[in-house]
Write a protein that binds this ligand. Structure first.
Ligand SMILES: C[S@@+](CC[C@H](N)C(=O)[O-])C[C@H]1O[C@@H](n2cnc3c(N)ncnc32)[C@H](O)[C@@H]1O
Length: 344
C-alpha cells in the first residue's frame, strides 16, 4: 500500500475541521490528525523540549504539538511538512513567530542540511521512510543528549515500532484519553516514548591526525624515526614547559564507527579520546564527547585556539593510524592532547 497511498495522500484535497484533518481515498475516509490527541502532544513536548532547545518537529498536522513546543520557549523550532495544503497552514501559523522555520518537504531531506537538534519529535503519516531511516537520521542530526520522541502506534511500552531499533527507551503514561471512534488509535491510555541519544563513544581513542600527518606537523615539534617517534610534550598548559620525548610506535589499521571533527578537521577523533581544554578560565580534563563549542585548546606556540565547530560522523570507516605508547601529554597538529591509555 505504502507508496501508492502516500502519492494519493500528497495529491489529496484534505478535509479540515475544528477537531480533525481527514481525507477520502477509494471511498474510505482516513483521519490524518484529531484534536483528542492534545494531551498526548502536550506530554510529548513536555518530555522532549526544554527552553532554548533547537527543536525539529516532523509533521505539522493541526499544529497542536507545534503550539505545545512553542509554549516551552525553544531557542529554535524547525517544522518540516510535506503536504501542500498543510504547508500553507503551517506558514500562516508561523507568520508571527521569530524562532520558527518551516521546511517544505520530507524530513529525510534534512539529512543533508546543516545543523543539529537537541530534540526531535516525529509524528508523520503514511510515511515510507520512518521505520527504516529514523534512527539513522537521529544519530546524524541529534546533538549529544538529543531527546527523541515519536508517535507510538501500539500505545504500549513493549515490543514494537522504534523499540526494535533502540534500547533504553523510557515511557510516560497519559491517561483518560476518551478518543472518539477513529481508524488508528482507540486505547484510553498511551505511553509517550523518549529516547535520549548519547553520541556513544567507540572503544577506540584514535586521533586521525595522529597518523600523524607528519608532513603537516611542524618537524620542530614532532619528528618521526622509523620504529621510534619524538613527540613534543607539555605536562600542564597552565604552566607550560615543553619537552621532546621518545616514544615507541606502530602503524595499525582498524575499523572505527563514529568520529568527531573539531574546527573543520583541525583534530579528528573518537568520543573516548582524552582531551585537555580550557573552560571558564581553567584547564580541565574531558573526553572528546564531553567538550563543547567555546572550549579552548592549547597550541604548541603557547597560544590558544577556540573550538568553534564540533561535527560528528557516525559512519563506519577504516583508519590507518600511527599508535604511540606515551605517558605524557602530546601534540597533534600543534594541539595539546591529554595522555591516556585509550589515546593512540
Ligand atoms: C499526524 S499529523 C501531525 C500532527 C501534529 N503532531 C499535530 O499535533 O497536529 C502528520 C503530519 O505529517 C505530515 N507528513 C507525513 N509524512 C511526512 C514526511 N515524510 N515529512 C514531513 N511531513 C510529513 C503530514 O502531512 C501531516 O501534516
Amino acid at each position: 500500500m505504502a507508496h501508492k497511498q502516500r502519492e494519493a495522500y500528497l495529491a489529496a484535497n484534505l478535509i479540515f475541521k475544528d477537531d480533525r484533518i481527514s481525507w477520502v481515498h477509494n471511498g474510505e475516509t482516513y483521519q490524518v490528525m484529531m484534536g483528542w490527541e492534545q494531551p498526548i502532544m502536550a506530554k510529548m513536548a513536555e518530555v522532549c523540549v526544554s527552553a532554548g532547545d533547537k527543536v525539529l518537529e516532523c509533521g505539522f498536522g493541526m499544529g497542536i504539538l507545534s503550539d505545545e513546543i512553542q509554549a516551552r520557549n525553544p531557542g529554535h523550532h524547525t517544522i518540516v511538512e510535506c503536504h501542500p495544503e498543510i504547508i500553507v497552514k503551517a506558514k500562516a501559523w508561523a507568520a508571527d513567530k521569530t524562532n520558527v522555520t518551516i521546511v517544505e518537504g520530507d524530513w529525510l531531506d534534512l539529512i543533508n542540511a546543516p545543523g543539529r537538534f537537541n530534540a526531535i519529535l516525529m509524528d508523520t503519516y503514511v510515511d515510507n521512510n520512518l521505520h527504516k531511516r529514523f534512527t539513522w537520521f537521529c544519530r546524524n542530526k541529534g546533538e549529544h543528549n538529543c531527546k527523541v520522541s515519536w508517535w507510538n502506534w501500539t500505545g504500549k511500552t513493549t515490543g514494537a515500532y522504534m523499540m526494535l531499533h533502540w534500547t533504553d527507551v523510557t515511557f510516560t503514561k497519559v491517561e483518560g484519553l476518551n478518543a472518539p471512534e477513529n481508524d488508528y488509535y482507540n486505547r484510553n491510555d498511551y505511553y509517550v516514548p523518549l529516547k535520549v541519544l548519547s553520541r556513544t563513544p567507540t572503544t577506540y581513542g584514535v586521533l586521525l591526525s595522529s597518523n600523524i600527518n607528519l608532513s603537516q606537523t611542524e618537524t620542530v615539534h614532532i619528528k618521526k624515526v622509523y620504529g621510534n617517534t619524538k613527540l613534543l610534550t607539555c605536562a600542564d598548559p597552565g604552566n607550560p614547559s615543553l619537552e621532546i620525548k621518545d616514544v615507541a610506535g606502530e602503524s595499525v589499521m582498524f575499523k572505527c564507527k563514529g568520529v568527531y571533527s573539531i574546527n573543520d578537521g583541525l583534530l579528528v577523533m573518537t568520543g573516548t579520546n582524552n582531551m585537555i581544554v580550557k573552560r571558564d578560565g581553567s584547564w580541565i580534563n574531558k573526553k572528546m564527547n564531553e567538550i563543547v563549542v567555546g572550549d579552548k585548546l592549547y597550541k604548541a606556540d603557547n597560544t590558544e585556539v577556540e573550538i568553534t565547530k564540533i561535527e560528528f560522523d557516525s559512519s563506519e570507516t577504516v583508519h590507518n593510524m600511527f599508535k604511540v605508547n606515551i605517558d605524557s601529554n602530546y601534540f597533534v597538529n600543534n594541539i595539546l592532547i591529554r595522555k591516556g591509555q585509550d589515546n593512540a
